[in-house]
Design a protein around this ligand. Structure first.
Ligand SMILES: [Zn+2]
Length: 258
């Protein structure tokens, strides 16, 4: 049972008991605000922190004695950045997973083909990356996921199973949408904030927080990712970290078998 179900059951039992006590005037009315506030706070935290596995399970890290990590790049493909990134990864012989947007694949078909050809994995990160995605109905979410899968399948001939929720936001609607579309939810254990921080800050965080069995969240949407990844890959090698694909890290299939 997921934490959301357990906590909801617990919340309603407590609320019911308190309403009975309230009717007997054993407790003041304001005391009802305590469980309600705590419950709402928990729902918000569970929604924003993907690693809590609150509404459903997401692969974020694995326990291992080996110094292995997986790299992921979200929001591409980008017509300029992604090809440069592919060159850098090739130079360091590193394989990654690209969580692409359906609309970007449609515009940069050949880049996605090349990404697949170079041995990287292609995952689904919705079609539009709408700011309001977490407020969509399960049906609308599933439609975005399916449209992106179709775009990926049309481009590389394989139907993906890996999905990364936009902003890492999870909720009961997404749980339903992922069940409907048969996708694995992939989170992360290390967020670099590469889209908002400067190069040195990103590198400092990556170098100080990289841990065995982890998944690193990066983006192929800004030019600064190129020098960042170049330096980070050297650092990983110097520190004996081995880069593995997500499917190997979690022992799952990245594409549906034909
Ligand atoms: Zn994103």
């Amino acid at each position: 049972m997921f934490r959301y179900t357990t906590i909801s059951i617990l919340f309603f039992i407590i609320l019911f008991a308190m309403i009975i006590l309230l009717q007997r005037q054993a407790i003041p009315a304001w005391s009802l605000a305590i469980p309600v506030t705590l419950y709402l706070l928990k729902l918000v935290l569970g929604s924003t922190l993907i690693g809590l596995n609150f509404y459903f399970f997401s692969y974020c890290k694995t326990k291992t004695n080996e110094k292995v990590i997986a790299l992921t790049f979200d929001d591409g493909p980008h017509p300029v950045i992604t090809p440069k990134l592919l060159d850098i990864l090739e130079k360091h012989e590193a394989k990654a997973t690209f969580f692409c947007l359906g609309k970007n694949i449609a515009e940069n078909n050949s880049i996605t083909k090349q990404t697949d050809k170079n041995g990287h994995l292609i995952g689904n990160h919705t079609f539009t990356h709408s700011k309001w995605f977490d407020l969509f109905s399960a049906k609308k979410m599933a439609a975005e996921i399916k449209a992106t899968n179709k775009e990926i399948e049309h481009t590389i001939g394989k139907k993906p199973t890996l999905f990364r929720p936009p902003y890492g936001v999870t909720n009961p609607s997404l749980k339903k949408a992922l069940e409907k579309t048969n996708m694995f939810s992939i989170g992360w254990s290390l967020r670099s904030f590469d889209a908002v921080r400067d190069k040195q800050k990103v590198l400092n965080k990556l170098k100080s927080k990289t841990k065995a069995g982890g998944v690193v969240l990066l983006h192929d949407t800004d030019e600064k990712i190129i020098p960042i990844i170049d330096e980070y890959l050297v650092w990983l090698k110097t520190n004996q970290f081995k880069i593995v694909s997500l499917d190997k890290l979690f022992n799952i299939e990245a594409y549906e078998s034909a």
